[in-house]
Design a binder for this molecule. Structure first.
Ligand SMILES: *Cc1c(COP(=O)(O)O)cnc(C)c1O
Length: 419
């Protein structure tokens, strides 16, 4: 689409936007003068759907009225409650229902998946990761390497962009896998890098890894609810994500995990067990033989937090109603419009480090300020913009298709360049 550098154009895009009413389904934080903020931090903490309260209140009410009997008799019984989220989670991630489970939190799920899928041997013990992956992922990987008796300094291969470049070229990732794959036990990339906003070609990385006999997993913290994922088709071995970013599940929301179908019936895979992974028909016989559910649910250890699941269910219902295909189309337009306006107005201080190719990014643009970045972020913040500052010099902005508007983007860029 050809964009115009005018407010009227932004306004007309909002008018034509068939998803525009979804904004009304969210609480938009207010400035102290009572105006909607420009909220570009949905990649950090998504906004609250107005329906969350009623979904949680239903569970509070059933708990109040029924106590323990709510497990079976609540309006949405708690014993199978997580199952009410399965189909929508699968649809959102391009998975089969049996391949996904909402449980725990992201780093916990990463550890659980690595127990199953990082199985180093003397000659094949390395993990390939992007050098600037999220710190928690680095900690998890280092500690898993040590747990197996190896040295993170030797076993962690960290990929950096080429000198002078901001993002890692796909061809270089594939080349690295081809060169070192024989020694790599696990390839663990993010779907979208949290800092640069680069979306990786998960299908190609998976293929290259499997050719070399590596396990391939993805951290989808910044990809779930953002990109159109096709996890089953891409064939990656596992994936994990959190639900408080684009998925709007609330602070500390219950996280998600994917295990590819090909692994679900493999009883040789090491796995930590708990009673919520136990066969449902006989779980309450309370015997001591573990008969895993033949789905990703068998990685579930404990009975899950129903109030958290209720909040996430409220949000998934909204995603389902809008549809990820339409959301992604609007997202490409919003981000493209922001990129266009920044380039049109640029005074040379701002460099967009996120790739310009729409297939290599999601909602987010990461803006590197050559000078006075922190002051610029502060100015934006004082003017009613919520976006995020990352040391040393990057402002991350995520125009989210569920609740951001083209006029948000216009107003933001105007403020960005205001004196
Ligand atoms: C947000 C994020 C996390 C956060 O981890 P939690 O376990 O949810 O606290 C981890 N990894 C990545 C890549 C993230 O973007």
């Amino acid at each position: 689409m050809k964009f115009n550098n005018t407010f009227d154009f932004a306004f007309s895009l909002d008018n034509k936007d068939e998803l525009k009413y979804y904004r009304n389904r969210f609480y938009i934080p207010q400035t102290n003068t009572g105006k909607d903020v420009i909220y570009f931090a949905g990649n950090s903490l998504g906004l609250q759907p107005k329906t969350v309260r009623e979904y949680i209140e239903q569970e509070l009410l059933d708990w109040e009225k029924m106590g323990v009997e709510g497990h079976n008799h609540a309006k949405y019984p708690w014993l199978p409650y997580h199952e009410f989220l399965t189909e929508q989670t699968a649809a959102l991630t391009g998975a089969l229902p049996e391949e996904v489970i909402n449980m725990n939190s992201l780093t916990v799920n990463l550890h659980l998946m690595m127990i199953s899928f990082y199985r180093p041997t003397v000659n094949k013990n390395k993990i390939l990761i992007e050098a600037n992956a999220f710190p928690s992922d680095h900690y998890a990987l280092q500690s898993q390497i040590k747990f197996h008796g190896y040295d993170p300094k030797e076993c962690l291969i960290e990929m950096k962009p080429l000198n002078g470049e901001q993002v890692i070229r796909t061809e270089n990732i594939l080349q690295k896998i081809n060169e070192d794959g024989d020694k790599i036990a696990l390839i663990m990339f993010s779907g979208v890098n949290y800092y640069s906003g680069q979306a990786f070609d998960m299908e190609k990385i998976t293929k290259a890894g499997h050719t070399k006999g590596c396990m391939v997993g993805f951290d989808l913290a910044h990809a779930a609810g953002n990109l159109k994922l096709k996890l089953n088709k891409w064939g990656c071995d596992f994936a994990v994500w959190c639900s408080y970013k684009y998925l709007n599940g609330g602070p500390g929301a219950i996280a998600g995990a994917f295990v590819h179908k090909k692994h679900l019936l493999d009883m040789t895979i090491p796995k930590f067990w708990g009673w919520w992974g136990q066969d449902k028909a006989t779980r309450f016989l309370m015997d001591h033989d573990f008969r895993p559910i033949p789905t990703a649910e068998s990685w579930q250890l404990s009975n899950p937090p129903i109030l958290q699941l209720a909040a996430l269910r409220a949000s998934l219902d909204i995603f389902h109603s809008a549809g990820i295909d339409k959301l992604r189309l609007k997202s490409e337009m919003l981000t493209g419009f922001m990129e266009y306006l920044i380039n049109e107005n640029n005074d040379g201080n701002i460099e967009i480090i996120t790739p310009p190719n729409k297939y290599e990014r999601g909602c987010q643009l990461s803006l590197r300020a050559k000078k006075d970045g922190k002051a610029l972020h502060k100015k934006l913040n004082n003017s009613g913009v919520i976006c995020d500052w990352r040391e040393p010099d990057v402002i991350r902005c995520a125009p989210v298709p569920l609740y951001n508007t083209f006029t948000d983007v216009w107003n933001f860029v105007k403020l960005l360049y205001s004196k």
